[in-house]
Structures are given as C-alpha cells and as structure tokens.
Design a protein around this ligand. Structure first.
Ligand code: SAM
Length: 364
C-alpha cells in the first residue's frame, strides 16, 4: 500500500495544496471517518461531465462559457470504471448516497451503463440531478438501469422567464414532458429544484407551488448562491427562504415538517390542506455547514470537500498511478480527516469574490 497521498490538486482554477502524506496510516481501513468538526461523509456527488446544453445565467453564464470555453477532453474524464472504483472506496467510508450531476449528466454518453454499475453497490441510494431537457428520451432506460429517484431543475413555468434564465431559449414544455416521463417510469418522488433570483423569477414562486401541489412531486426553492467565480453573485439578488415561505403561505397555507434525517439540506414544509410538501434550501441565509456530510468528485477526478472550494485533491492521479484499493481508501480518509470547511458560515463580500471552482465542474 502507498503510504502517501500525493498529487494534491491542480484541478482547473485550483492551486496545489500541501502534501498530506503524513496523515495516511490507518485511514484506509473501512469505517466512518470524522473531519475536524466531527462530521462524517455520507453523500457523494459526482460530476460526470462539465458540459451543459443550458447556459443558466446563475451557473454557466454565456459570457464565461462561450464558444471559446475549453471543456475537458475525453481522456481527462474519469471513466465509468474509475468512477465505480472510487464510489466503492467511498462506500467503505460510510457514503450512503450518490448523486450523479454535472454539467448536464444526461449529455454523458451511455450514462445508463454507469448507473447500472453504481446500482450494484450495496447500500447506496442512487439519484441524479438533471435540467430535464433529455429526460423524456432517457427516463425509462435510466430506471431500467437501476436509478431510483431523480431531481429536475426548473426555474419558472413562465416560458419567457424560463427561456431567459436558461439562456438557450429552451421551452418549459419539454422539461414538463421530461418530468412526466420520469414519473411514468417510476422515478419518484421527483424533486423539482427552482433557484430563486431577485428581480428575475420571484413571480414564478407561487405558480410553481400551485402547479406541483397535489402531484406528489416536491418543489425545492433554492437561494441563489455565490458558487464559482463567474455568476456575478450579489447578496441583494438573494431571495431569503423565509420570504419564499411567507409568500407561499399567504396563498397556500403551510406548516413546518420535521427533517427526514439529520443533516437534511432542505427545510421541509407541508400544505395544511394535505396536498403535499415543499422544501427550501437556505445555504446563504441559514448556513448548514455544521451538518454538511457532502463531498464532490469533479469530472476529471478531483475531490472537493466544499461546494465553495478553491482547491481539491487529485484522485485521478492516484487511480492512474495504479494505486491499490487500500491506498485509495487511505487517501479519501486522509482528505476527509483534515477537512475544516465551513464556507457558508464565514461568507463575506470578499470570500464571494474568491476564484472558487465552477459548479458545473465539481457537480451541483
Ligand atoms: N444540469 C443539471 C441541472 O440543471 O440540474 C445538474 C447540474 S446543476 C449545476 C445542479 C443544480 O445546481 C441545479 O438545480 C441548479 O439550479 C443549481 N445551481 C446552479 N447554480 C446555482 C446557484 N448559483 N445558486 C443556487 N443553485 C444553483
């Protein structure tokens, strides 16, 4: 077994980190590992492509991700076999949930093959987040491959607003078709993610709640976050979740619900008339770093322990240097054991301006 964790990230937009080799030792043994704040790894997000067919203004704005933008080359991407090997190593350290994301994960060729490989790992709750554009075609095949649930992003039911936000003129109707196909394929309960941006789609909050109420799908309203370094984030563009709840409650009365599990990111609310539930994700106004059990694997195999990171750890280098399973597990253990991230708790205008890695690359 290798006794060092080497090749600490030179992910794109990242700086090398210090060598953490001295921490390796027994950290490869199966079992849960706590970070410096006592948090354990539960949830792995894997970006399977840094490409997307949308140019959502808050995520991959056209000005930064234009025709000259250099996406990763195929040889740089982790293969399905490499992803699955890492997923098994994470499973041994207590990961119980894997979310495939991106970029737009359904753009990755033969994604269902990866789903089938990951679905074979015992004890993993496997899910995927998509913009829904290709879902009508793919839902049944993903379900047959072993996918259990799905999250679809949809920022407005107003076609004009939605087309402007995705910035590629993509119609709402096609996403709704994708959601219906996912429901027919049995990928429920479906979650619908709506990022709320002041002055852009606030008027879409109530129509969105009304539309999906009673459908069994769960809409989650997400505060606009300062992810990456290109989305022009400003605090005054954030609509606090408390305001979203007040707005909906005024017309569709709500009552709070208990979390499904400790550390759940969305705060849950139910309609008082029994017609379903919604969630709010308040990573700006109510940071949940203390409970954060998530880790992110970029498209090219760099591991990030925070959505707002500027640096990561190059696991692909270990994989491609023929590291043993023990060495991989030890690397993951060592990385997690030194984790001290709590970005959202210490966010300021200065931290918001840091050159953080892009969400499309590390996975949303
Ligand atoms: N392409 C897929 C999709 O659209 O769902 C998966 C990747 S996307 C980066 C994952 C999620 O991140 C989406 O729900 C998206 O709305 C959300 N997201 C992206 N940028 C965000 C931001 N600045 N603030 C809040 N949420 C954001």
């Amino acid at each position: 077994m290798t006794d060092r964790v080497i090749a600490i990230a030179e992910g794109r937009h990242t700086k090398p980190l210090p060598d953490v080799g001295s921490l390796v030792g027994s950290l490869g043994a199966p079992g849960t590992i706590s970070d410096t704040l006592g948090r354990q790894i539960r949830d792995l997000r894997i970006s399977v492509t840094d490409r997307c067919n949308f140019r959502c203004t808050y995520c991959m704005p056209k000005e930064a991700f234009g025709p000259d933008y250099e996406f990763l080359a195929r040889s740089q991407l982790l293969s399905f076999e490499e992803i699955t090997r890492l997923a098994r190593a994470f499973r041994n350290h207590g990961v119980a949930k894997i979310r495939l994301t991106g970029g737009e994960p359904l753009l990755r060729k033969d994604l269902e093959r990866l789903v089938a490989m990951l679905a074979e790992i015992p004890g993993i709750d496997l899910t995927l987040t998509t913009n829904g554009s290709l879902l009508a075609k793919k839902a049944a095949v993903l379900r047959a491959a072993g996918l259990k649930r799905i999250t679809v992003s949809l920022d407005s039911l107003d076609d004009r607003v939605f087309r402007a936000m995705n910035d590629v003129d993509f119609p709402v109707s096609k996403v709704l078709e994708g959601i219906d196909a996912a429901a027919s394929a049995g990928l429920g309960p479906i979650k619908i993610n709506m990022v709320v941006k002041r002055g852009v789609n606030e008027d879409s909050i109530v129509p969105m709640a009304r539309h999906f109420r009673g459908s069994g799908h769960i809409v989650r309203f997400i505060e606009f976050m300062d992810v990456g370094a290109t989305n022009g984030w400003r605090m005054d563009a954030v609509v606090p979740s408390a305001e979203v709840i007040r707005t909906i409650d005024a017309v569709l009365p709500l009552a709070p619900l208990d979390p499904n599990y400790r550390g759940e990111v969305a705060e849950r609310w139910r309609y008082r008339d029994g017609s379903g539930e919604i969630g709010v994700i308040s990573s700006v106004t109510q940071a949940f770093c203390r409970e954060c059990t998530r880790v992110r694997l970029s498209t090219d195999g760099v591991l990030y322990t925070c959505l707002f990171a500027t640096q990561g750890y190059d696991l692909r280098a270990l994989l491609r240097a023929s590291a043993s399973d023990d060495a991989l597990a030890a690397a993951i253990g060592a990385i997690w054991s030194v984790r001290a991230d709590r970005y959202s708790e210490i966010r300021t205008a200065e931290t918001a301006a840091l050159r953080k890695v892009e969400m499309s690359y590390i996975g949303g």
